[in-house]
Design a protein around this ligand. Structure first.
Ligand SMILES: [Zn+2]
Length: 348
């Protein structure tokens, strides 16, 4: 049996996806949410496929609620409140509404938004208030995916203490030390899942990236990692060649690719709007075929803005069809699940 969880991070519009958006060095200009308009069509596309129980593809929507939105819109949970009818409709159809806090903080010194990773007092306030405002609207939330997939021991414990039941921020084998961004930030994209296993685990209080070892205490929250796979050697070599290419040429090459910084990762994330998705889906279905008695998990992520990429909806549809068609061909039952449903099954 293969259980598929589709996660979608509902972020504000950012540059790089063929639509107008605000740079990261603009303080209070209203952020755009045009990518949310893609959600109805994403939902229609998900309804085109069915799992072995005849249910269509479910999505767990991770919606922002954090300090940056409070500063810009005077409302921590701005997208949750402003598009409440959309979330209600999706929830009624069997989707899940979850939380996606970003630690965007304004730097007076650098005059830009950046990823705060060390000031625990500020992070505590951002998460605490973001969560309180979120549950004023939804009453209940059990799943979370952190912005940039970032965690440290403090934030993981905070999620646990707030009462979140399942965290889907982990990307096994991937890490980035954080860097400046050409769209106007001096620092972002920092995360570390270098030693995280593929299997779900209750994180150690000593190290959020792994399960507890002897004599260590673990947290109650369950980490379900996003599915990652090793990149082909040829792809890594192409990326290395790109780094050595003059910047002018590189910009053209980098258009429509997932290579956004000088960092080269040896694994990639299962993204359902990506053309590489088929390889990783095939691997997972074969893994499930070889282990018929066990529950194989496949967790994929995407952002609504990615559907603005050329042929975005076509790729999404193809990838969903790949999943259901391959499951029939390999005779592996496939079931779409929300994050909380999968968590309940694992912990039952
Ligand atoms: Zn995000």
């Amino acid at each position: 049996m293969l259980k598929v969880v589709i996660c979608c991070d509902v972020d504000h519009d950012i540059l790089g996806y063929n639509i107008a958006a605000t740079r990261f060095d603009v303080y209070k200009e209203k952020l755009g949410w045009k990518s949310i308009e893609n959600i109805s069509r994403i939902n229609e596309t998900c309804n085109l496929v069915q799992d072995y129980k005849s249910n269509s593809a479910k999505v767990t929507w991770f919606v922002r609620s954090d300090e940056q939105l409070k500063i810009i819109f005077d409302d921590y949970a701005y997208p949750l409140r402003s598009f409440s009818n959309l979330w209600k409709k999706l929830e009624q159809q069997g989707d899940e509404i979850a939380w996606h806090p970003h630690l965007w903080r304004w730097s007076k010194k650098n005059q830009c938004w950046y990823q705060e990773i060390s000031d625990s007092e500020w992070i505590n306030r951002c998460l605490e208030s973001g969560y309180r405002e979120f549950i004023k609207i939804t009453q209940n939330v059990s799943s979370v995916r952190m912005g940039w997939g970032f965690h440290n021991n403090f934030t993981m414990k905070k999620m646990n203490d707030l009462g979140l039941k399942v965290d889907l921020s982990a990307t096994p084998g991937l890490e980035r030390s954080g860097s400046p961004d050409e769209r106007g930030s001096h620092f972002l994209n920092s995360y570390d899942w270098s030693l995280t296993p593929e299997q779900p685990y209750h994180p150690s209080q000593q190290d959020y990236r792994r399960p507890s070892e002897k004599n260590e205490r673990s947290l109650e929250i369950l980490v379900i990692p996003v599915t990652t796979a090793p990149k082909k050697r040829t792809k890594i070599l192409t990326e290395k060649a790109l780094r050595l290419t003059p910047l002018r040429l590189r910009k053209n090459w980098l258009k429509n690719t997932d290579i956004k910084s000088k960092h080269i990762q040896h694994s990639y994330i299962a993204n359902i709007t990506d053309t590489h998705f088929r390889h990783i889906a095939e691997q997972k279905l074969k893994q499930a075929q070889q282990n018929p008695g066990s529950l194989t998990k496949f967790v994929t992520v995407f952002h609504p803005i990615e559907l603005f990429k050329p042929k975005g909806f076509c790729i999404l549809k193809n990838n969903l069809e790949t999943l259901t068609e391959l499951s029939k061909k390999l005779m592996v039952p496939l079931e779409f699940s929300t994050a909380t449903q999968l968590k309940n099954e694992i912990c039952s």
